[in-house]
Every structure is written in C-alpha cells, then in structure tokens.
Design a protein around this ligand. Structure first.
Ligand code: UT7
Length: 326
C-alpha cells in the first residue's frame, strides 16, 4: 500500500461581470474585431473582477466549493497552496488571506509564482507533501485578477486574459499505487529562465521599475507551447508506462484554442475528450485548469475512474503536466 493524493473535491469562481469581445473593444477603444479574436484565439468572453474583488476573495469562494464537494470542513485542512501572479499583496500571502477567509486555522499556507503553470506546480508540491506524510488534506488554488496587470492599450495581450479562480481539495488515501488506482499518478515540472523575457510582468514589488504590466511575445510563446507541452505529456505518460490511448480526458491550460487543438491532435484525442473553456473564460492563467476541471467534473463528463492529463505553460518559462485518476 502507498499514500496517494486523491482529488476529493473541485470548485470554481468567476466574477459576475462578463465582457464580450465587442464590448471590450468598445470600452477600451481597441482596434480589433470579434472575428480576429475568435479566429486567432477561440476567445468570445472573459470575466472581469469587480473593483473591490481580490484574488483571495475569488480563491476563497472556489476553495469553499471544493471543500463542500469533498464534504470536508475547513478545520481539517493541513495546507493551502495558492498559485497566483496577481496576489492581494506581496505578503501576507494570498494563501494566508484565504486561510483566514475560509476559517482554517491549522497547518500552513503559502503562494507560488509559476504564472500559468502555477496550478500544475501546486499539484506537484501537494503530491509530495501528501506522499511524504507531511499533510493529509491540501487545498490547491489558482486565482488571478489579470485585468489589473493588463496594458489596455496593447491589443496583442489585453484581449487574451480574464479573471477567475479554481480549486481542488486533495486528500491522502492508501491504495495499491498502480495506474488503475485513483489519485495523482505523477507530476512533471520544468522551467527555463533563459526565456524569462518573452512573457513577463514589467515591474512589481522589489523590482527596479516598470508599470507592473504584462508583456508577451505571443508568437514565441506559441512556438514553445506546442513543442514543450507535447514533450511533457509524453514524459508523464512514459513515467507511468501509459500511452496516448490510455487518456480519457485532456484538461489543458486555456490560453489559445489553436494550441489546445494542436495538443488534442498530437495525443490522438477526439475533440469531445478535450475540456475547453477558453471561449467563455479567456486565459485565466493559474486558474484555468482548475476552472475547467471543476466544470467537467460537475457536468458529469469526468467520471470516477477516468484518467485525466493536465498540462500548462507560462511565464518563466515554466511548464508541466500532471496525470490523475479520478
Ligand atoms: O498563458 C501563457 C501562454 N500563452 C500563450 O500560450 C499565448 C501564445 N500566443 C498566442 O496565443 C498567439 O501568438 C496570439 C493570440 C497572442 C497572437 O496570435 P498570432 O497569430 O501569433 O498573431 P500575431 O501576434 O503574429 O499578429 C498577427 C497580426 C499582426 O498584424 P500584422 O503585423 O500582421 O499587420 C498583429 O498586429 O494580428 C495583429 N493583431 C491583432 N489584430 C486585431 C494582434 N493582436 C490583434 C488584435 N486584433 N487583438
């Protein structure tokens, strides 16, 4: 018998305000079109946080839902890991703010900065904490308010992102530890700082300057995404002696429908087996995978026993993949 981290509950939160491509263009005076955005990215809508709404507010809402689905009380949570590039403040960590908001008092909470890969990094860290017996009940949350770090005069980036939060509750379970047993099978994390400048935030706490806004060389990131995501998914499958045919669901980071389609084709998965939310949510960075997971779990697509592959790439560059049996 081995200790496994099982996904016991999922949750999600989207701000009330939903903005269409046309509304965005009109509101910010951007020279773009609904047709360009849909064709090049698949995005139709994004949600935008209310002025007073923070990453910890949204993360706490998603966390409450994950706890409720798992039937777990906040008092049982040993650790809270928050992936965010848009924390409420440099410190206290957004994770600690969420700890207070959900009424958890034991254990520890901290933030992780791995941009759009943050949720996969969070799964990797939580998996290690659970396998080594340091925690039995871990919340992993991705929560982002990118609307506050976008340059609303840059049409190459401002149309791409949205706000939101997603969460999972992981619980320790002793089982046979085979690929047929439930839980996280493995997580595979990478970074390469040589590519730090192709997707970064210019400024922020501790920096020597800059307005604190997101900058991206989109075409370059796109090129890295297609090759690195395919490689890391194959790495994850290979580590478990599995093949493309074993995958039931692909839950990818939601940056661009063209990248998602390319991944589906590489994995020989029909489009019905790929969970897509980029059309409705745009790119919510670290929140995109748990939001997609939550949607597909709640509407019954992802069933008990299904093998799910999650993959993401983001600023750093960071990238990674996780395999989970539900
Ligand atoms: O979450 C982290 C990971 N992020 C990603 O994976 C994002 C990866 N990159 C992408 O998704 C794509 O590169 C973008 C969606 C960002 C851009 O698509 P693209 O097909 O690479 O377009 P492009 O940047 O090469 O721009 C093509 C043209 C340019 O005009 P010219 O130079 O050909 O005249 C741009 O100025 O489209 C123009 N353009 C726009 N036109 C209308 C760029 N943004 C817009 C816009 N509306 N919003």
């Amino acid at each position: 018998m081995v200790l496994r981290a099982t996904i016991a509950g999922c949750g999600g939160y989207l701000p009330e305000r939903r903005l269409s491509n046309d509304e965005l263009a009109a509101q910010y005076g951007i020279e773009t079109s609904d047709a360009w955005i849909r064709e090049r990215t698949g995005i139709c809508f994004r949600h935008i946080a209310a002025p007073e709404e923070t990453a910890s507010d949204m993360g706490a809402a998603a966390a409450r839902e994950a706890l409720a689905q798992a039937g777990v009380d906040a008092s049982e949570v040993d650790a809270i890991l928050v992936a965010t590039s848009t924390p409420d403040s440099a410190f206290p960590a957004t994770a600690v703010r969420i700890q207070a908001k959900i009424g958890a008092t034991k254990g520890f909470a901290f933030d992780m900065a791995a941009a759009c890969t943050g949720f996969v990094y969070g799964l990797g860290v939580a998996d290690s904490l659970i396998r080594t017996g340091q925690a039995r009940c871990v919340l992993v949350i991705g929560t982002e308010v990118y609307s506050r770090i976008l340059d609303w005069t840059d049409r190459g980036t401002c149309v791409l992102f949205g706000d939101g939060a997603g969460a999972v509750l992981l619980r320790a379970e002793e089982n046979g530890g085979t690929t047929a047993d439930r839980g996280l099978l493995s997580c595979h994390l990478h970074s390469d700082g040589r590519f730090g400048d192709i997707l970064h935030i210019e400024g922020g706490a501790g920096s020597t300057g800059g307005p604190g806004l997101l900058r991206m060389a989109g075409k370059e990131v796109f090129r890295h995404a297609v090759t690195k995501l395919a490689a890391v998914v194959d790495e994850a499958l290979g580590a478990n002696g599995l093949t493309h045919a074993d995958i039931r669901w692909l839950v990818p980071h939601q940056a661009n429908a063209r990248i998602i389609d390319a991944m589906g084709r590489k994995l020989n998965l029909p489009s019905e087996r790929v969970v897509v939310t980029v059309d409705k949510h745009a790119n919510t960075s670290a929140a995109s995978i748990p939001l997609a997971l939550n949607e597909a779990r709640r509407d019954g697509r992802i069933a008990d026993g299904d093998l799910v592959v999650m993959e993401a790439i983001g600023g750093g560059l960071t990238w990674g993949a996780a395999l989970a049996r539900f």
